[in-house]
Every structure is written in C-alpha cells, then in structure tokens.
Design a protein around this ligand. Structure first.
Ligand code: UD1
Length: 424
C-alpha cells in the first residue's frame, strides 16, 4: 500500500499533557464477550480503529445490532438477535483478534464455523492451544483446508493447563468456560491487564471468576450472563509510545489517565536511562527527559514482563541512547522486521538469530523512506522519524490505522511535525 505515507520531521522536545485512548487489545475480546449475553450492552472508551470496525462488521454478521458513535467512543451492542455461529473467511483475515469469537460462539451455540485467522508478519501465530483445550472441553473439531468447525453436545468443566500463557487462548477458554456447569481452572493463564479487563466485564455480567494463585483462574459456571455498561481500560501501548516519544526528544509530558500498574517494568527501564518518571494520582504518569540517556537491555515476556508490543518502540530509545545494549524477543519468532529500516536511518543495530538484537547508540538518526510491516513497527518508525535529521516517510499506513487512534494528533499537540500525505 504505497498510496499514502506518514511524513515525520525531526522534532523539538515534545511537551504537554495528553489523554491516552482506550486499549484495542482489551476492546476486541470484550466486544466478542458480548456474544455471551442477550440484550443491549454499552461499551465506552472504545478507540476508533480499523480493527474495531472489522469486529463491528463481524458481530453484525452474527446478527448483532450495533450503533457506533466513534466520536464519543461508545458502542451500543444489541445481541438479542445473534443467531449465527459462522464467520466468513474474509472477516477472519481482517483482524487476527477475530479468533476470540470462538469461545463465546461455542458457549452460546455449542457450535462455531470459521476460518483460521492465519499468520502475519511477526510470526506464524498458531491456535493449537485454543483448539486442544476446546477439545478437552468436549468439542469435536473438524478441519477442511483453511476452514474449521467446532461442535459439542455438552461442554464440560475441566482443569485446562496452558503450554504457554497465551493471551488469546486464555481469553477464548475463559469465555467458553463461564457458562459451563461446574468448576473450571485455567492454569498458566495469561494475566495481562487486557485479560484482567475481560475478567472485569465478565464479572459485571455475572460470571464467577477468581484468580486463585498466580496465573491460575478459577471459573464457576453460571446459567446466564446479563448485558452491561462497561468502560474499556486505557491503552498501555499508546502510553508507552508517548513516553518514549518524550524521552527521545528530550521533552516533558504527563499522561493523566495512563495506568502505571500496567507497565511498571517498562517505566523502570525509562528511569534506568536517567529520565525522571513519576506516578501521581492527579497527574498520572509524568516524564521529564534527561539530557544524556544511558542505554538499557531488556527482554520481552508475558505480563508483568515487558510487552512484546513495546519491543520495537523501546529499540528506538536504545538506538539513540549512550552505550551498547541488547533487545531480546521471547514471545514471537519474527519480530525484528523494523530493524533493516532503522539501519537505513543510521541506527547501529544487528539481529543475531531470531530472538536477539544488539544495539550501539548513536547521537542522531537520518530521515529515509521506510515501510511498516505491522502495527507496532509503524509506531517505532514514526518515533525514529522524530529523532532523525530531515524527513522520514513511513509507508504501510494501514498498519498504523489498525492500532493507533489519533496518536498523530496527540504527537502534533505535543509539538511534533507529523502528517499523512497522499501519493497521487
Ligand atoms: C500477543 C501478546 C499480547 C499482545 C498481542 C498482540 C504475549 C504473551 N501476548 O497476544 O500481549 O497484545 O500479541 O500483539 O505477549 N502460541 C502458540 N499456540 C497458540 C497460541 C499462541 O504457539 O495456540 C504462541 C504464539 O505463537 C506466541 C506465543 O504463544 O509465540 C504468545 O501468543 P499469544 O499470547 O496467544 O498471542 P496473542 O494472544 O496474539
């Protein structure tokens, strides 16, 4: 898609206060969870993103009536008429997160017909943990080329032990289990803030879920769930992007509605660089950048580790800090696709194998024409443009639109020069 690019110019220190939008990665599974109810629910703080629009279309295809007021961030969803359990292949391909309708459909209809969501640039992204546990729950699974069909006479409460704390598998199994009679457990569950947000709305609907000991969810099945009004959590990944933008440009910002508990290790890394990062009830998270940031090494891990989605962004901070460092990616197998473009911009970094990059900080990058290959890479390249001499043109704009609600406007409000340019 080279008919549009994001033009970024070298920035002065970014300064000011902005509000962080609702979290896409929480909103998508929460929208899917409404399939478990019959009635009118209201979701607030929903970000206006193409991934959200795709999920709206998917739910409409299943029979939901939806009124979307994107300007106000409100979705009103009536699930009374949801009467289909088949999802078309083109909708499954639009957003990977569509896989989280599997659990709710199985719970509501004991059936689900859909297509594999497929891999993407950052990795193969299989769904074997989801399917293995649905089978354990009693579903019979048939697969024909890319189509997959699940059917169950009865769903049975079980102790589900995950091979890895997969966010998607935890959300899917949880949503299937809440209406299953008896007591289910999910052991080695993901406990990302976005999973907790899903647990919160399910509890508000009437589900009985508790966190038993670290990373074990206990679910006592209930007969029905009620429709609800719910406000989606703020986006820790957008907050991370804004903090890094301020840090690398030598700025000073405050994010009054950002949640520090969701990103403690990340904030600690910014402090280790020398930045003054504070958490305050009124001001939220504030960052005042230091003059000569020292570099840091990190590795991504399931929560409370550093989110894999922050990895490409943190590498920009490493690229322009003083010293040598490492970035280790443990969640996905192909998540350094932004590195060749950063090298084109003058970054000294090298990928060793599939999970490790080594970085030597430089004073400044230089502008170039670069291509984003996924949502988070698009943000990393825009951040790089803020500390690059001259102009940076970031192609792959659809990735940005899938993941960031008006982040360009927020960066502009802080003093950045960033614009969308149409190519004729
Ligand atoms: C992941 C991130 C999540 C992020 C999201 C969007 C983690 C633990 N998860 O969630 O924070 O918001 O991407 O970028 O950081 N896997 C399997 N089989 C499965 C499911 C997963 O092998 O059935 C593997 C994946 O290939 C991956 C790892 O488990 O290597 C984590 O995957 P998972 O947490 O499920 O990914 P997402 O739910 O997409």
């Amino acid at each position: 898609m080279r008919n549009e690019y994001i033009l970024v110019k070298k920035s002065k220190p970014l300064t000011g206060q902005v509000l962080v939008s609702g979290a896409k990665n929480a909103a998508l599974p929460i929208m899917a969870s409404l399939i478990l109810t019959s009635g009118i629910s209201v979701l607030k703080n929903v970000p206006h993103l193409t991934d959200i629009e795709s999920m709206v279309i998917l739910l409409q295809e299943l029979g939901a009536l939806i009124h979307a007021d994107y300007a106000a961030g409100i979705l009103t969803v009536d699930t009374t008429m949801v009467n289909r359990w088949q999802v078309s292949e083109h909708l499954m391909k639009k957003t990977r997160a569509s896989i989280v309708v599997l659990g709710p459909l199985l719970a509501r209809f004991h059936r689900a017909d859909l297509a594999f969501p497929g891999g993407d640039a950052i990795g193969a992204r299989p769904i074997d943990y989801h399917l293995k546990n649905f089978k354990k729950m009693g579903a019979v699974i048939t697969q024909e080329s890319n189509l997959i069909s699940l059917q169950a006479e009865h769903l049975v409460a079980q102790r589900f032990v995950l091979d890895y704390p997969s966010v998607g598998a935890t959300q899917n199994i949880l949503m299937a289990a809440v209406l299953v009679p008896g007591v289910s457990y999910i052991v080695n569950a993901a406990v990302e803030p976005e999973v907790i947000d899903l647990i919160n709305i399910l509890q508000k609907m009437g589900a009985e879920i508790s966190i038993e000991k670290s990373a074990t969810l206990k679910i006592v099945g209930v007969k029905t769930l009620q429709s609800v009004e719910y406000t989606i959590m703020t986006d820790r990944l957008e907050a991370g992007a804004l903090l890094i933008a301020a840090a690398i440009t030598g700025g000073e910002i405050s994010l009054p509605n950002a949640c520090a508990d969701d990103m403690e290790l990340f904030l600690m890394k910014l402090q280790e660089m020398g930045h003054d990062v504070r958490v305050d009830e009124q001001l939220g998270i504030t960052l005042k950048a230091c003059k000569n940031p020292q570099t840091f090494s990190f590795k991504t891990a399931p929560y409370p580790g550093i989110a894999t989605d922050l990895q490409p962004l943190m590498m920009i901070a490493q690229a322009v800090a003083h010293g040598n460092s490492e970035a280790i990616e443990t969640v996905f197998e192909n998540r350094f696709l932004h590195v060749p473009y950063l090298q084109m911009m003058g970054a000294h970094m090298q990928v060793l194998g599939s999970h490790k990059a080594v970085i030597t900080g430089v004073k400044l990058l230089h502008g170039a024409e670069v291509e984003a290959t996924d949502i988070r890479a698009s943000c990393a390249l825009v951040l790089a443009g803020l500390v690059a001499e001259g102009e940076t043109k970031v192609y792959g704009v659809p990735h940005w639109r899938r993941g960031y609600e008006s982040l360009d406007e927020k960066l502009r409000a802080l003093g950045a020069e960033i614009d969308f340019v149409q190519v004729r």
